[in-house]
Design a protein around this ligand. Sequence first.
Ligand code: NAD
Ligand code: NA
Length: 399
Amino acid sequence: MIIQPRTRGFICLTAHPDGAHQAVKNQIEYVKSKGEIKNGPKKVLVIGASTGFGLSSRIAAAFGSDASTIGVFFEKPASEGKMGTAGWYNSAAFEKEAHAAGLYAKSINGDAFSDEVKKETIELIKKDLGQVDLVVYSLASPRRTHPKTGVAYASVLKPIGQPFTNKTVDFHTGVVSDITINPVENDEDIANTIAVMGGEDWKFWIEDLKAAGVLAEGVKTVAYSYIGPELTFPIYRNGTIGQAKNDLEATVPVLNDLLKDLNGKSYVSVNKALVTQSSSAIPVVPLYISLLYKVMKAKGTHEGTIEQMQRLFADRLYTENGEVALDEAGRIRVDDWEMADDVQAEVAKLWDETTTENLSEISDIEGYRKEFFNLFGFELDGIDYEKDANENVQVPSIE
Ligand code: NAD
Ligand code: NA
C-alpha cells in the first residue's frame, strides 16, 4: 500500500516501514562513524527500546560495542493490510540490521509494567544471554497498570499551585499563541503521575532481575530524566512530570544499595530536549525545542537522540578510567550543551521575540516539523513515498 502521514494533533496515525528502516540505518551509520565504544556494554536489556532515547541506546550499544541486545517495548504489530506503529517498524529494521551484522538481537512486545513481561524477559535472558551487564530504562507512557494492585494510573502534564500562561506553537500550522494551563486540582494527579513515570517500576525491574540472578557482576543501569530551562519549569520540572522525575532520581540510591553486592551502579542521565513522540505532547516545549535547535545548529552543538546516546555511552558511562562524571545531585548530564549559558541566553531572547510572523525566521520550526515526521518514517531522504510500501514487515524474533 501507499503510506502517507495522517496526523491528529501531535499524534501521527500512520508509519512508513521503509522510512523507519532508513532512519534506523542512519543512526547505525552515525554510531559506526564514531568508532568503537571502548569498554562498552556487551549484554544489554533496553526497556522502552523501540523509539526515541531507548532505540538510540540500543543502537549505540549494538553498533558501538557489539552488544547483544534484548529490547522490550509496547507497539502495534503489522499484519497483511494493516500498518504497524513506528516503533514496530523501527524494531523490525533494527533486528534485521543487527542480525546482518552478526549481532544477537531479540525483542519482547508487551506491557513492561506487568510482572508477566518481566518474567518473560528474565526467561529470555537466562536462555540466551545468561546475564546482562547494562539495563537501560527508557519508558515513556501516559498510563500504567500497577502489577501488584491492578490499579490503573494515568499521568497528567500540569503545573502545580498556579495556572501557567506562556507561548506555545502548533507545529503543523506555525501559529504561535498564548496558552494557559490550569494547575492540578488535587494531590492525586501528582501521585498518579509519579506512579506512571516515577521510579517504582524501574525498581521492580531491577529487583526481579537481581532475584533471578540475571544481573552480571559490575552491572550498570540507567534511566533518563530532563530538567530544561526556567521558562518550562512550571509545566515540566516543577509540574507533575517533574515530581515523577524527582522520584525517578531518588530511586538511584535505592538501586545502588540493591546492586552493592554485585558491584553494580545505577544512574540517571539528564538528556537534552528532543523531538520524540512523548515530548511533542507537552505544551510549550515544542516551541522551546524549535528555538533551541536553531541556536544549537548555528553553534554546531546540536545533537539528536543517537548523538546523545553515543556520547552518553562513550564519554560518560564507559570511560577509559572507569569514572562516571556526575553533577552535584549525582546525575549524569548530557544536557550540558543545551544548558550552556550562551545557548540559554540566546533562546531566552528569541523566546520573547517569537511571533507567528517571525517564527520561520528565528526558530527551526521546519526542522522540528521534519524530525516529527521522521519519527514515523516520513520525509526521509532516499525513500520514494509514491511507491507501494510493504506494510507487513515483521520483527524477526517475534512470532
Ligand atoms: P518515546 O515515546 O520515544 O519512547 C518510549 C518507549 O517506551 C517506546 O519504546 C515505547 O514502546 C515504550 N513504552 C511505553 N509504554 C510501554 C509499556 N507499557 N510497556 C513497554 N514499553 C512501553 O519517549 P522518549 O522521549 O525516548 O522518552 C524516554 C525517556 O527519556 C523518558 O523517561 C523521558 O522522560 C526521557 N527524556 C526525554 C526527553 C525528550 O526531550 N524527549 C528529554 C530527556 C529525557
Ligand atoms: Na525510548
